[in-house]
Every structure is written in C-alpha cells, then in structure tokens.
Design a protein around this ligand. Structure first.
Ligand code: GLN
Length: 568
C-alpha cells in the first residue's frame, strides 16, 4: 500500500505518525496530521450503445489489478429509478443477482464476483432510487434546514459519499466503479457529475476514466469506423470528463490506423486506445488488455512508481481460463426449461455455473433453452443428457415445467431443479406419484386443494413486492447418508436464497413414504431446502440458488454432480 500525507475526505487513516524520541528530555510533539492511504479510483463509462461489455471490461481491469496483488473491488451504478433490480423482469434486464447479504442486484455484480472470486456486498450496487431516498429522508428530518436541496450538491454529494465509504471501509487499493447506461442519457448525468467531481477533489493521480466504445466494421467496406467513438468521447468531454483509456469493442483486433485516428480525435494516448476484440471466452479479456500494456499504464498514471513493470501472477488464472474453453469431443447436452428463455442473460449465473462444472470435469456443456410454455412433445427431452429448471415466478409456463419434472423422473433423466424448479418438482411428485387431487403452489393457484407449496408464514402480511422475499445467505442442515450430504461433503452449508413460497411440511411424511426425500432443512426444520429421489440416476431439487456461489475454478458442488451424472 502506498502511504501519502493528505487531508482528502476519501482517504483513510492508517496510523498516527510515530513520534520519534531521541532522548527522554527531547520529546517531540506528534505531527498535526495522520498518514492516509488513498484508494485509487477507476471509473468506467459507456459510450455509443448498451451491451458492449462494460461489465466484462470492468471485471477484467479489476482482475488484472488483483493478479498484481492489489486489494480491489468493484461498484456498479445503475441510474434507473428502481430501488434495486429485484422488481425488474429478467427478460428486459437480465438476471437478478443475489448477494450473500441479501441484495437483489444487477447481474454485473455476478461478473465481478466470478472474476475476482470475491463476495461483493449489496451496497456496491448504487441506484438513483437509493441516492434520492437518502437525500429526501434527510431533508424531511431537517438535515438541510434553510437550504434549497438540489441535484448539485446534495445528490452528487450523496453519490460521492457512498463511493468513498466503500473505499474507506474496505481499505481498498483500487475501486473500479462502473457507471451503467450510455453517456448522453439524462438519468446518468448526476452520477457522471459526481465522478467528475471526485477527480477534481482527489486529483489526477488518484482517479482515471476508462470509456468503453465501439468501432464497427461495415461488411461492405470492411473498414473499422471511428466516428461513433469520436462522438461519444465528445459527449463525455461536453460534461467535463476526458477519458484516460478507451476500451474499444470490435470484431477483429483494432488496426493501427484506426487506433491512430481515434487517438488523434479523442486526445487519448495511442497506447491507451485498447482493442477489446471478440474472444472465445470472456476470461481471455484480462490477458488481451494486459498484452496491450494497460497495467503499466494504470500504475504510471497513478504515480505508483514501484509498481510499473509489475507483472500479473497468471499461474492459476490461465489454468482456469483454459479449462473454460470448449472440450470438443465430450459434449453434455442440457435442456434448460423456463419462461425467461428469450434472453440468455436471464439465467446468466446458471449458464456460467454449468460451464464451470463442465470446465472442472473437462466436458463441454451445450445448453438449449426451452420455453416451458410451448412444449407440446415431451419426448424431445430424450435427446438430452440432463434437464435443469432454474428459478422463476408466476403462473405462466408452470404447467410445462411440472410435466417436464415428471418426464425426467419417469425416464430417469438427470434433473436439477432450482428454487421454482424445486417447488414444481415436488408438485409433480404429489400429482403423479401420490395421486393427490388439485396439487399446486398457492403462488399459481391460491385455492388449491393440496397446497404442497405455500407462502412462507412471515410473508402472509407482506404488502410490498420489493425487497420482501426471503433473501441472501441462510444456514442449511443436511441429513446424514443422503445424496445431498455426498454432494456437499458436509452437514452444514450456507447458500443464497430468493423466494416467497416454500414446501408445506404437512406433506413430508407421505412424500418420503413414496420415495421423495427431503434431505436438508433450515430454521430448525421449519423449511425444506433439498429434495432427492434416491432410486433415480440423479434427481435433485434445491430451494436455494447454488448458481450464485459458482466461480470459475471453484464450481458449485450440485452443478458438478449434475453434469457428472448427465455425462455418465
Ligand atoms: N416463485 C417462487 C417463490 O417465490 C420461486 C422463486 C424463485 O425461483 N426464485 O418462492
């Protein structure tokens, strides 16, 4: 860590300067200031259009700094008016990522966790609603009495406070802050203004900006076009931000003449115009950036003299990145059945978790997304090695999933049901093995005769939809001598949750008599967490979300066992 003497508000006190004592008579007074460590900030902004991979750029820069032994973390700013991502449709906005501390966050937080192999707390996802709520609440309490409360300085100060608090509390060397949206959006203006102010207040040696843009190649001419990048940097400069780096997305490596042109028109040094061309795997991006000298350039800009020419410690990461590249001959075909199948990002963590498991087992996992609403012929599942039903909400498509879970059970096809997929597997068992009448979840049919899945008791009086599910990490006890215990190799695990309904425990004795075992529970037996059918090749349902714990090189156990069963 670098030590500097400064009074800047974003710097944290490390220790008081030690008083030097030459002899007993000559006791010096302590110096009037403290030694601080300044967190270096890297702000990542987006240009041209959405979907360019700002999250991957942010994660990759963070990864490189981590590989160079720096203490890093990432923050995602989402300028929308939702308080968090919890109430947003995954089809429109991608998956809701759940943090250990129960945050319902933007899916980029998942990218950060996977790249850094590090838990990210929920306060690292800052939204407009959170910032405004704090300011408005303070205004009502009279905190600004007499003042006219305004976007500048009150909203921008709150944004700066939130960022600086994270840097200070976590004693970070580097904090990478990704600002969602595209420069020019009205919504993101207060955030970009706050980031600009941090650069003014903390100085050029402590803050740099990376702008992610696009250099499209038009098929007819095949030339890489620079105008979108030029315009987007102009837009950024209009609001007072000169980027230090450009991460330019392109299909093929950026040509020298394209780079030169971009550098000339954007005032960014030639070497800091970085090619972010398409790769087979996102885990190759850190290496691509490193090869272009980003690490040295970052350290030089921050005046970290001793760190220039620092190399990244690639040993472990390269092994992991390589294991994630397809193993051509050993394919495992998985059918993923749900209702949010039109956008791959809706289940991004599940997709990753399957790939991590494939990486560990040296298999290539092919995933087909199947819309549960439109299945007419269930025999098509006989072409798959395994069936996975991820989380979900609501009535639409649920009947298709219940029948899918039954098909997997009857045909001995490996089945992994997550959350909704766990609940609907129990319903299918109640209907088809216990032959109970009108079995359902009260989420789907509130007056079902046999509510095998019912509202959590503490949810009965909940009226707010946002932030009111059972969220985050909870301790789970696994019964001995079960498949679950074999999978996890332990009787106690902690996993992330996101649900409002649960298994109705009055049905358990009947279920277990007929061969479906509830092998794990939480809250002293109040809630069921895992179901399994011991006579089946692999039939497992989990109330929690194992996908959020899976990381490259550190696959989640249930996914590994599922892919292994599917491959055998
Ligand atoms: N809809 C179900 C519940 O609320 C399952 C939730 C999920 O799959 N995340 O309990």
């Amino acid at each position: 860590m670098e030590l500097v003497v400064n009074h800047n508000p974003s710097q944290k006190i490390i220790s008081k300067i030690k008083v030097k004592r030459d002899d007993r008579q000559n006791i010096q007074k302590p110096l009037p200031h403290f030694i601080y460590v300044q967190t270096k900030y890297i702000f990542v902004t987006g240009g041209v259009m959405s979907g360019l991979g700002k999250g991957v750029t942010t994660s990759s820069i963070a990864k490189l700094l981590q590989l160079a032994n720096q203490k890093v973390s990432c923050v995602k700013i989402d300028p929308y008016l939702n308080y968090d991502a919890g109430t947003m449709n995954p089809i429109a906005h991608g998956e809701v990522f759940v943090t250990e501390d129960g945050g319902e966050c933007d899916m980029d937080i998942g990218n950060y966790e996977r790249f850094l192999n590090q838990n990210i707390p929920k306060n690292h996802n800052i939204t407009t609603a959170q910032v405004y709520s704090t300011v408005i609440e303070a205004e009502r309490k009279g905190a600004y009495l007499g003042a006219c409360v305004q976007i500048i300085p009150h909203i921008t100060d709150e944004i700066k406070n939130r960022i600086r608090k994270i840097a200070k509390d976590e004693e970070l060397d580097f904090l990478i802050v990704e600002c969602g949206g595209t420069v020019g959006d009205i919504e993101s203006l207060p955030f970009l203004e706050a980031l600009r102010q941090i650069r003014v207040e903390d100085g050029l040696k402590n803050v740099i900006f990376v702008h992610v843009t696009l250099a499209p190649s038009l098929d007819v001419v095949g030339e890489q076009k620079t105008k979108p990048t030029q315009h987007s940097v102009q837009e950024l400069r209009r609001i007072g931000i000169q980027p230090d780096f450009l991460a330019v997305r392109c299909t093929h490596p950026l040509e020298e003449k394209t780079k030169k042109k971009i550098a000339l028109f954007t005032n960014v040094a030639f070497d800091d115009v970085l090619s972010c061309h398409d790769t087979k795997s996102i885990f190759e991006v850190p290496q691509i950036l490193y090869d272009q000298g980003i690490l040295d350039s970052i350290f030089t800009k921050f005046g970290k003299v001793g760190m220039v020419n620092a190399s990244a410690n690639w040993d472990e990461w390269n092994k992991i990145a390589k294991s994630m590249i397809n193993h051509k001959d050993q394919k495992v075909k998985i059918a993923m059945v749900g209702k949010y199948v039109t956008l791959a990002d809706s289940y991004v963590s599940v997709n990753h978790a399957l790939k991590h498991a494939g990486g560990k087992l040296a298999k290539s996992v092919d995933i087909d997304w199947i819309d549960s609403e439109s299945i007419t012929d269930f025999n098509k599942f006989s072409n798959y090695d395994g069936i996975l039903v991820p989380g979900g909400f609501g009535t639409r498509g649920s009947e298709g999933i219940i029948k899918t879970a039954n098909y997997a059970r009857e045909k001995n096809i490996p089945y992994l049901g997550i959350c909704f997929g766990f609940q609907l597997a129990a319903i299918s068992f109640g209907r088809n093995v216990l032959n109970l009448e009108d079995v359902n979840s009260t989420e789907i049919k509130p007056d079902a005769k046999n509510p095998v899945v019912d509202l959590l008791p503490e949810q009965k009086d909940v009226s707010n939809m946002g932030g009111s599910l059972r969220l985050g990490n909870h301790e789970i006890t696994i019964k001995p001598e079960t498949m679950a215990q074999k999978i996890y190799g332990s009787n106690l695990i902690r996993k992330r949750h996101r649900h409002r309904y649960e298994i109705n425990t009055i049905y358990i004795p009947e279920f277990e008599k007929h061969g479906m075992i509830f092998s794990a529970e939480s809250d002293k037996g109040k809630r069921m967490e895992i179901l399994e059918i011991p006579d089946h090749k692999f039939y497992l349902g989990v109330q929690f979300h194992p996908e959020f714990n899976s990381r490259p090189g550190f696959s989640e156990e249930a996914f590994v066992s599922f892919v292994k069963a599917a491959a055998s």
